[in-house]
Ligand binder design. Structure first.
Ligand code: PA5
Length: 425
């Protein structure tokens, strides 16, 4: 259960005055009316996802775990951020998963690609290429290089058994490649956009290969659907209303997602894309930013405390960490730390959080919203990601924009294609 805590907000929010508007939008989400309604497939996805495909994903992931040492997840934006966010949040940065998960297709940076390909050379690796359109340059270029390497190492037939594709069911360049070479394939439903797709095969296949319980993750989404699509001013909608009021009435322009855990850096990246692409249009929208405390208190902390009053914080608090460590005794005590002897790192972390909340909200006047999660596991993470997706759709509709398009992303592509001399551009 996600508990939204407004005690550090320092601003009045009249939630009751938003009740009717929120219920209208909730209805528009559930009834699939309103701007971008063709892309609302994610909202009820946990109620009627493809169980046959789900079973195939679990089976194929088992095959990858038994036959390969590395899975390369090849995608960009919504076609990779959710999987990476969930895998790193749950497995950490030094996981003991048998199969290493690495990421390609999210860049055309030559150093990164050259180094990654050199690392893969001669190793037993499989590829999960994820692209709805199949024509995204970063992903397509990386996939071509990966395919060539697999064919060179294994021959065409075995290479095809090492490639797993997630794409549109009916169209696109990647679908044509799947048909020609017989890759196993999963569907990115046409009514779900990339940044809302983590609960589809886009997220599920990499998560399953990473050894994560995908049934529990889906169950978290279902719990989220029940709690936050509930025809009431629930905590998710209160969060959406609070950030809307901070933006529109109090004129804050940046929301900083704060987590006290380096394993959540990619969750911040996923969250930034979700809110940035959904809300940032028509000359409007909060800028989503993310930070890791206490680390960034030693870099951004000064700005947050005393810089331009442009931002508010949304803080993720995990009540009970999966692992904890006690601080040992030291006879010399030259570092002066014996006063913490026997205390756990989480104890220290929570005191740092309490001190920071007071410093930022009371002394610095920075509004803080705290999202409490009892613990982090596949189910609670699934609930949290659904919470953010639902809150994001609500927020964008409150701002009067379509949450599901991203017309601005096309501008750089158009220019780049022209400069590259792509036929027809
Ligand atoms: O959220 C989005 O729509 C984008 O981030 C896309 O997912 C991203 O551009 C990748 O597109 P595609 O899956 O077509 O390669």
């Amino acid at each position: 259960m996600i508990n939204v805590d407004f005690q550090y907000l320092g601003k009045d929010i009249d939630f009751a005055s938003f009740e009717q508007k929120v219920m209208e939008i909730d209805n528009a989400i559930n009834e699939r009316t309103g701007a971008g309604a063709d892309y609302l497939g994610w909202a009820d996805y946990p109620l009627h996802y493809d169980k046959e495909e789900f079973a195939r994903i679990a089976e194929d992931a088992k095959y990858v775990r038994e036959n390969f040492d590395i899975l390369v997840v090849c995608g960009i934006g919504g076609s990779y951020l959710g999987a990476r966010a969930a895998i790193e949040a749950l497995n950490g940065l030094f996981p003991d998963n048998k199969v290493q998960i690495i990421y390609l297709g999210q860049t055309v940076a030559s150093n990164y690609l050259a180094q990654t390909l050199a690392y893969l050379k001669g190793k037993r690796f499989a590829v999960n290429v994820i692209s709805k359109s199949g024509t995204t340059t970063e992903t397509a270029v990386s996939f071509r290089l990966l395919r060539d390497m697999l064919v060179e190492q294994l021959g065409q037939e075995e290479a095809s058994k090492a490639i797993f594709a997630t794409t549109d069911a009916n169209k696109g360049a990647l679908l044509e490649l799947c048909k020609k070479y017989g890759y196993k394939r999963y569907v990115l439903p046409s009514d779900i956009g990339g940044r809302y797709s983590v609960f589809t095969a886009v997220g599920l296949f990499p998560l399953a290969v990473a050894g994560i319980d995908i049934a529990a993750f889906m169950n978290g989404m279902l719990i989220g659907r029940e709690r936050y699509g509930s025809h009431a001013m629930n905590d998710c909608y209160k969060y959406a209303v609070a950030r809307h009021v901070l933006y529109k009435e109090y004129h804050y322009s940046v929301e900083m997602l704060v987590a006290y855990e380096p394993n959540f850096v990619q969750l911040g990246e996923w969250w930034k894309q979700l809110f940035g692409e959904s809300e940032g249009k028509d000359g409007t929208g909060l800028l989503p930013d993310a930070a890791t405390f206490t680390t960034d208190l030693h870099s951004l902390g000064q700005y947050i405390q005393e810089g331009s009053p442009v931002l508010f914080e949304t803080v993720l608090c995990i009540e009970k960490p999966e692992n904890d460590i006690s601080i040992p005794h030291d006879n010399d005590n030259l570092d002066g730390l014996n006063y913490l002897e026997g205390k756990t790192l989480d104890f220290v972390q929570k005191k740092a959080m309490m001190g920071t909340l007071a410093a930022h909200s009371e002394t610095g006047g920075v509004p803080n919203i705290v999202l409490h999660l009892d613990q982090l596991n596949p189910t609670t993470l699934g609930e949290l990601m659904y919470f953010f997706m639902r809150a994001c759709a609500m927020s964008a509709y409150l701002n009067g924009v379509n949450p599901f398009n991203q017309p601005g992303v096309e501008v750089y592509k158009k220019n780049m294609f022209h400069l590259l001399g792509k036929p027809g551009h």
